[in-house]
Design a protein around this ligand. Structure first.
Ligand code: GLN
Length: 256
């Protein structure tokens, strides 16, 4: 009996060992042959749903990167705020969501080469008395939770913000825009391209001429996965150099 127990023990530990080595494989991605990307598909034209498919600039560029790496792309649609924690814990291989590189985020994750620029803009109703960002003081501001728009707006007035008490965070851009239409907030601060898409899709809204901030978008990775970051960077740089990335951008953002 004792011997049997020992053998059983040995078998179990061997199984654990084999399983651990097996799923790690090269260590490049969480699941062998797959590249899992976390995004929030409420951010047109970078990521949005067309039927039950997630499309957009990020989705397509990630597809091209996966192809170069010989991996199958799998997209997880989660809240924007869950992307970085999910990447940190290794639940997702990377996060790509029109994500701005910030110092604070750089403490938590690594970023790829930047592949796009973003500007925070202000959406108001067409008949709004808000004419510029100087008129935002004392107004109710809507923003997406966890985004740079929210972070800047909720900062103290000394730091160029409008105070946390004046900002309402929504789970995504679509909900913030609904709140503006319903009069729950006086404006929405959001990235320029989604702003254009939301204004085009909804009557009676406009974007103020004033620009809030300029930002760089990049893909994020776990700090423990330098190898993937490097491989994706190489692929991304090739796509930038040979014009493939621009082709995808031109498909989704038409020149004015
Ligand atoms: N660029 C903004 C940020 O990184 C918003 C991104 C998003 O909402 N998907 O915070």
């Amino acid at each position: 009996m004792k011997v049997f127990a020992k053998i059983l023990c040995l078998c179990l530990s061997l199984t654990v060992l084999v399983l651990c080595c097996g799923c790690g494989d090269t260590g490049l991605t969480t699941e062998e042959g797959k590249l899992t990307m976390a995004t929030n598909a409420e951010f047109p034209p970078y990521e949005f749903r067309e039927g039950d498919k997630i499309v957009g600039i990020d989705a397509e560029v990630a597809g091209l990167i996966a192809e170069k790496l010989g991996l199958e792309l799998e997209i997880a649609d989660v809240d924007f705020e869950s992307i970085i924690p999910g990447v940190q814990s290794g639940k997702y291989d990377m996060g790509m969501a029109g994500m701005t590189v910030t110092e604070d985020r750089q403490k938590k994750v690594n970023f790829s080469t930047s592949y796009a620029k973003g500007i925070q803009v202000v959406i108001v109703k067409e008949d709004s008395d808000i004419k510029s960002i100087d008129d935002l003081t004392g107004k109710k501001i809507g923003a997406q939770q966890g985004t740079t728009g929210y972070i800047y707006a909720s900062d103290t007035p000394e730091n160029g913000g409008y105070g946390e008490e004046n900002v309402i965070g929504y789970q995504n851009g679509a909900l913030a825009v609904e709140a503006l239409k319903g009069g729950k907030v006086d404006c929405v601060i959001i990235d320029n391209e989604p702003a254009k898409a939301y204004v085009a899709a909804n009557e009676g809204l406009k974007i103020l001429d004033t620009e809030f901030t300029n930002e760089d978008y990049a893909i994020c990775f776990s700090k423990k996965n330098d190898e993937l970051q490097k491989k994706v960077n190489d692929a991304l740089e090739e796509l930038i150099a040979d014009g493939s990335l621009q082709k995808v951008v031109d498909k989704y953002i038409k020149a004015e």
